[in-house]
Design a protein around this ligand. Sequence first.
Ligand SMILES: NC(=O)c1ccc[n+]([C@@H]2O[C@H](COP(=O)([O-])OP(=O)(O)OC[C@H]3O[C@@H](n4cnc5c(N)ncnc54)[C@H](O)[C@@H]3O)[C@@H](O)[C@H]2O)c1
Length: 324
Amino acid sequence: MIRVAHAGVGGWGRNVARVAGELAELAWICDVDEERLDEYAKRYPEARTTASFADALADEQVEAVTIATPVPTHHTLAKQALEAGKHVFVEKPPAMRTEEMEELLALAQERDLVLMPGHLLLYHPGLRRVKELVDAGELGEVACVYGNRQNLGVIRSNENALWSLGVHDLSVILWLLGEEPSEAVAYGMDYLQEGIEDVVFCFLRFPSGKVAHMHLSWLDPHKMRKMTVVGREKMVVFDDMELERKVTVYEKAPWEPAESYGEWRTRTGDIYSPKIANDEPLRLELQHFLKLVGEGPGDHREARDGLAVVRALDRLTESLRDGR
Ligand SMILES: NC(=O)c1ccc[n+]([C@@H]2O[C@H](COP(=O)([O-])OP(=O)(O)OC[C@H]3O[C@@H](n4cnc5c(N)ncnc54)[C@H](O)[C@@H]3O)[C@@H](O)[C@H]2O)c1
């Protein structure tokens, strides 16, 4: 079994630790919060606990680390782990600047180590189905994609809505379209805390002509976790708030009948929801990480995807600042 050290057992990190403990040998648990460490020492008596990440990295038997600490710490911890020769799974985003992510990718490539960002939604069975539909050409040529990630709260103070919520949708949009944007524009407003945007609207244009939009907000009456893909033949909606109908395919499209002399009409056919497996995305994600640890990082696709996301975030941030 692969020996893993995990850092960060906060709100989300405890899920990562739980699943890592189910799939691998959880040898170390690291957190700077002593109370949390005590709790975990009781829960996982076979694991060693420490407030110092360096202790876990010094264990030569540890092959891989999973990191779920606050975003500003990701780059430093991931870099230390790669330098210590460990494979790294790090929550999104692994870095807050393109140069930092480039540095991590270069380190992983140089040392032939896995560097995998926690882009959870890419492992969601519903979005996997959407990706299959797009790749198989079922929707026809894709024209646009848009994401809605809105709710009232959680109001963050150390990152804005773009960085807190946008990473998820951005990772999905780039993965679905398979290209990086040529244009990235964002507008937002900081209503609650100065300099921290609560509401952000983003527009992305891609070299192929496809476009994407993201509405990101923690100041909204609706809890929405939705991604819509509009194709020339069909349209599909992924709605993570739905319990059963996570994916809905609409046989709706514009249509130009031969006798209509250039007039466009619309066509509506079946609307159906394919069955989606109920597998836990985090489990699928960490299974993929451990598979890479066993087999090797290959062409570092996961880390390169992570770099594309950070690069787009960086450009959107620049646009957000320019627009203010
Ligand atoms: N994939 C998802 O759906 C998802 C959901 C929520 C959060 N996240 C990500 O998970 C990460 C953690 O989020 P959270 O909500 O658990 O945060 P949190 O603030 O609840 O917990 C962070 C934990 O890390 C510990 N910590 C801080 N600095 C540390 C260090 N240097 N070494 C060891 N431990 C340290 C803190 O004491 C705390 O226990 C973030 O990067 C966040 O973006 C991902």
